[in-house]
Design a protein around this ligand. Structure first.
Ligand code: LER
Ligand code: MN
Length: 274
């Protein structure tokens, strides 16, 4: 199973990233620790030196499994479900830029934090939900034209009120009906929202396109109380063969978190596949 780690070239408000602000160090440590790839959390893909990045990835033999897009909301306040129309379209344009970069890198693009939060008054919620869906559909149409897969990530209730569970995501994926829209379950969010992490994974089955792994406290797997052998068994049951991404807090420090995550996950993957 391929394992990646979430990095960011910039220091960011969004906390569960390692080597944040030092992409080279992050990529070199990922290689050194035995990761096969990375996930990049980006504010704006136009700021990335694409040729430089592609050379570095080739030199280190690393893939970019996914581009994370939540910084657009956390840093700039643009989101797909914003009440302000111009902010919704700023968010769509950022996603389009990420899709262009994803074409070059062979990555998927995550629609998680960039959904934002619905802040409208009760009577206006329905209307805003439809407007958000239009923005999401604009992203999906662009992704289809570029043959890039988008990943819908359910996020826990304390961070958003738009799609908290896998079932809610599956409903929207079915409604939209695009084979370029897949599901990204994150064990940290699932631990808060799902009745059963394993049963939800099995129900989602082939809709899953990628996974985020963090423990119950968002530390590296093994340092909280999620039952990862059970999670891996559920993924085995549905014959999931995509990559998994480590998205954890840099505690006790970046290096030790990255080391624990890959060592612990590799040993469990081996155990489950015996
Ligand atoms: C992102 O991958 C995530 O898990 C969130 O907490 C919200 O962006
Ligand atoms: Mn996540």
């Amino acid at each position: 199973m391929d394992i990646g780690v979430s990095l960011s070239p910039k220091k960011t408000e969004f906390a569960p990233l390692l080597f944040s602000g030092n992409l080279i160090k992050g990529m070199e440590n990922a290689r050194h620790l035995g990761y096969t790839g990375v996930e990049l959390s980006l504010l704006d893909s136009s700021e990335i030196k694409k040729e430089w990045l592609m050379d570095k990835l080739e030199e280190l033999n690393l893939k970019v499994y996914a581009i994370a897009t939540g910084q657009t909301y956390y840093t700039d306040g643009y989101s797909l479900y914003s009440e302000e129309e111009n902010k919704r379209w700023h968010a769509v344009n950022r996603v389009k830029g990420h899709i262009d970069l994803a074409v070059k890198l062979g990555s998927m693009v995550i629609i998680g934090g960039i959904r934002g939060k619905i802040t409208a008054k009760v009577e206006a919620i329905k209307e805003l939900e439809e407007k958000g869906k239009l923005a999401l559909k604009a992203c999906i149409e662009y992704a289809e034209s570029k043959e890039v897969t988008l990943l819908l990530e359910p996020v826990n209730r304390y961070e958003t009120n738009i799609i908290n569970t896998l079932d809610e995501s599956l409903e929207l994926i079915e409604e939209i009906g695009s084979d370029h829209l897949k599901l990204l379950p994150d064990t940290f969010h699932m631990n808060i929202e799902e009745q059963s992490i394993e049963k939800s994974i099995v129900r989602a089955g082939s809709s899953i396109g990628y996974m985020h792994f963090a423990d119950s406290n968002r530390l590296a797997p093994g340092w909280g109380h999620i039952d990862f052998p059970k999670v891996l068994s559920a993924l085995k049951k549905i014959k999931y063969n995509g990559p998994i991404g480590i998205e954890v807090l840099p505690e006790p420090d970046d290096y030790r978190a990255a080391e624990q995550a890959v060592r612990y996950m590799s040993s469990i993957i081996k155990e489950v596949n015996k």
